[in-house]
Write a new protein. Structure first.
Length: 366
């Protein structure tokens, strides 16, 4: 069993760069935690501190409830896979995988069995006699993973392990890695800047920006109810529509959301009106996912926003319509309503579905 707890962890490098700022994060036993964020946000530094390759400037790193700040890498039961995994070129795949076991003095027979087990779990059982230069990129990465897993670490740390592979292979290995770590029950911290990777693989995602943790939760939570405007704008493709609105609660029990030139009237029995009612008189930012909006005909009665289609974008599995609503532009998933491709002009837009909240701050602050 391995749990990780980071308590008020800060890392300041000698040149004054604060790579990680007062980070608090718990990783549960057997959990697959993804650290997600743009380049330079501090993800790798977090991983390196957990591995013992960097030491925190302040704060505590706890492994299984014990303070691990001063422990050497080899004293922590961790295995690490990097983006630029280096295999020993003169050794076969099997010998590469067996290497950490030999180093630890494991006898040949159990060592051989462990190597075969790991290799077959990774689908490279047939390739153990090949040298790295006789393997494809994906196969080499599987060998690197095998080498990390073979010692049965309590904690698996992976830093962008798939970023050098082509997109098809990445998707394939994504499923394999998360399947394998779950099968083995190994606690995993996985660093990536690729949100598709994060959302598909993670039990929970921790999103960082400039060294600061922005949000942590299951993929559904961080996607559907982002904690900050930054996360709302960062996660999802297309990005979440963010509209400024003023809230007015009317005494005869309905709520108006004033979106500049247009207003939405939410009846009191609509759950969304309750969600915003206590912001009466305030300006809020309303977040709407493209797929939560339903395109309808312009003359549809009821609560609709009017938009003018600027352009349509076809992605094969979906078509996105980019609309101007007054001075704001938003994106709508065309497939969520009647499919009318090649149409441009006025369109009604049925009011949004499930996603609506006050985000922490106003549009433009993030
Ligand atoms: P990437 O995805 O590009 O690897 P990252 O999110 O993993 O980025 P880190 O590598 O953790 O980011 O770097 C965080 C910040 O710390 C960056 O501004 C980086 O330039 C800085 N940094 C990293 N290592 C050092 C170092 N040894 N000395 C000074 N600054 C450093």
């Amino acid at each position: 069993m391995t749990t990780v707890a980071l308590k008020d962890v800060t890392k300041m490098f000698q040149d004054g760069t604060v790579a990680v700022d007062t980070l608090n994060l718990d990783v549960n036993d057997g959990e697959f935690m993804v650290l997600l964020g743009p380049s330079g946000c501090g993800k790798s530094t977090v991983l390196r501190m957990v591995a013992g390759l960097e030491y925190p400037t302040s704060g505590a790193i706890m492994l299984d409830g014990e303070l691990a700040n001063g422990l050497q890498p080899r004293e922590r039961k961790v295995a690490m896979v990097f983006q630029d995994f280096a295999l020993y070129p003169h050794m076969t795949a099997g010998d590469n995988i067996a290497f950490p076991l030999r180093l630890a003095g494991v006898e040949p027979t159990p060592c051989g069995e462990r190597v075969t087990d790991v290799a077959s779990a990774l689908g490279i059982g047939e390739l153990l006699d090949r040298k790295p230069n006789q393997l494809s990129g994906g196969q080499r990465q599987r060998v690197a993973m095998g080498r990390a897993i073979v010692r049965r670490p309590g904690l698996f740390l992976m830093d962008e392990p798939l970023s050098n592979l082509d997109s098809g292979l990445r998707a394939e290995l994504r499923a394999e890695i998360s399947g394998l770590t779950r099968e083995l029950g190994v606690t995993t911290i996985y660093v990536t800047h690729d949100q598709a990777e994060a959302l598909t693989m993670a039990d929970r995602v921790a999103i960082m920006r400039r060294g600061v943790l922005q949000d942590v939760g299951t993929p559904t939570q961080v996607y559907g109810r982002p904690a900050t405007l930054y996360v709302a704008a960062f996660l999802g493709s297309p990005r979440m529509n963010l509209l400024e609105a003023s809230v007015y609660v009317h005494l005869d029990r309905y709520v108006t959301l004033n979106l500049g030139e247009q207003s939405l009237y939410l009846p009191w029995d609509d759950l969304r009106s309750r969600a915003v009612a206590h912001y009466h008189g305030e300006r809020i930012v309303v977040g709407m996912r493209a797929e939560a909006l339903t395109p309808v005909a312009p003359d549809t009665p009821g609560d609709v926003l009017q938009g003018r289609i600027r352009y349509l974008e076809h992605h094969g599995h979906e078509s996105l319509a980019f609309l101007d609503i007054g001075a704001t532009s938003i994106v709508v998933d065309e497939m969520s309503g009647p499919v009318e491709t090649g149409v441009s002009g006025q369109r009604g837009l049925r009011r949004f579905g499930q996603v609506m909240q006050r985000l922490a701050g106003r549009a433009g602050e993030a």
